[in-house]
Design a protein. Structure first.
Length: 398
């Protein structure tokens, strides 16, 4: 009898192991199928050693523009000495208060793919008005560099060669808000270039409340529009209220206007916490709110598309919440977000602008007290397991 009970127990145990094995196999198979067919998004790790230390004892000020050119060189524009305190610019003081540190770098810096500074220029010169507060940078395939300005007197955009030789000034200084002007801007945030269409999209911006489209060569105004494709006006909308009906005009600043491969214009309506999309002619298509409860300086600061031909993903720089949101471009659904506020590698203090190279690596700049450029390496697609993943550490760190 005892032997029989042992045999039955053994058989039951073996049966349980078999069932457990089948269950584990099915679970693993289901997980694999889910990972294969479920939601995926690009994953990134910070490169804490990029860029390399700046030469000449240079420091960055508010770093408020980034672009990647056809050579995969990374360009930034920053505000240099104007944003360095006396403790930071000892070499610039009279007499110098230090032997080796520090001074503001030239406003425009060019980095090669390894992170070395290979070009630098910018500032006041003959034949043009340098902005009181330079803001935004775009580099064309041919090397033409566009720069805006959002200072209290800035109503212009500038064009230079990649070496810093002046080409053209469009607009002028000393103007006021006029969102229907075809002669000048007011406090431009950024310029984006449509080389195929031979047009420039101006986020105009901090003073005006519109997207303006120019002839890329002549600088002539072609068209402009406000939120929902409405005729823009300069009415003060007051403080943003997330519970109120959506504002029928952009709030300052209109911080970006980016054209996709399929000719949709994506506009960063920063303080309204939204992206609005349009045809190239300014016809409204749809909108999405990002972190809609965000107050103060807003959640939608800049965006860039993924590098696949379909541009499946949008990466949104959120300087209020110190995150990058990854959106599915077709649905405008936020799939996941990463990053947090801080001063360590992979964190931000004033996340401002974002760009991408041909490999899908991301580059970000920081304003306020961040004052730096960072690189985030594209590690390929991965299943989305969490809505928010925190600081993207480098491989081997905890």
């Amino acid at each position: 009898m005892k032997r029989r009970r042992n045999l039955l127990a053994g058989a039951t145990f073996v049966g349980l192991l078999a069932v457990l094995g089948v269950s584990q196999h099915l679970t693993a198979k289901a997980a694999a199928a889910q990972a294969k067919g479920g939601v995926q998004a690009p994953r990134f790790e910070v490169d804490p050693f990029w860029p390399k230390p700046l030469p000449n004892h240079w420091l960055l000020g508010n770093t408020i523009g980034v672009s990647v050119d056809s050579k995969q060189h990374v360009w930034i524009v920053h505000r240099g000495s104007a944003n360095l305190g006396n403790n930071e610019k000892g070499l610039e003081l009279t007499p110098p208060t230090t032997i080796h540190c520090c001074k503001g770098a030239p406003p425009v810096l060019e980095f090669d793919p390894a992170g070395n500074v290979v070009g630098s220029w910018g500032g006041p010169g003959q034949g043009y008005d340098w902005p009181d507060s330079n803001h935004g940078i775009w580099v064309e395939t041919n090397g033409t560099v566009w720069i805006g300005g959002n200072g209290p007197n800035d109503g212009l955009v500038l064009k230079f060669t990649r070496e810093g030789k002046f080409i053209k000034q469009i607009g002028s200084k000393g103007v006021k808000a006029d969102s229907n002007s075809t002669e000048h801007f007011f406090q431009v945030a950024k310029i984006s270039i449509d080389e195929k269409g031979n047009e420039a999209y101006v986020s105009d911006g901090y003073g005006n409340k519109r997207v303006a489209v120019l002839d890329r060569e002549t600088g002539a105004f072609k068209r402009y529009w406000g939120a929902y494709g409405n005729k823009p006006n300069d009415e003060n909308l007051g403080r943003y209220n997330p519970s109120a009906p959506p504002a029928q005009q952009f709030r300052n600043p209109v911080h970006c206007a980016e054209l996709s491969n399929d000719n949709i214009v994506y506009v960063c309506d920063r303080v309204n916490d939204r992206i609005q999309t349009f045809t190239k002619e300014g016809k409204f298509l749809k909108e999405v709110f990002i972190e809609k409860e965000s107050l103060a300086d807003g959640a939608v600061w800049d965006l860039v598309f993924s590098k696949d031909p379909q541009q499946k993903y949008i990466f949104v720089a959120d300087g209020r919440n110190q995150k990058i949101h990854i959106l599915d471009r077709a649905s405008l659904e936020v799939l996941t977000s990463f990053g947090e506020g801080g001063r360590q590698a992979g964190q931000w203090y004033g996340l401002h602008s974002i760009a991408s190279d041909s490999q899908g690596n991301l580059y970000t700049t920081e304003t306020y007290e961040g004052k730096r450029l960072q690189k985030f390496v594209n590690k390929g697609l991965a299943p989305v397991k969490e809505r928010y993943t925190g600081t993207p550490r480098a491989t081997g760190t905890k």
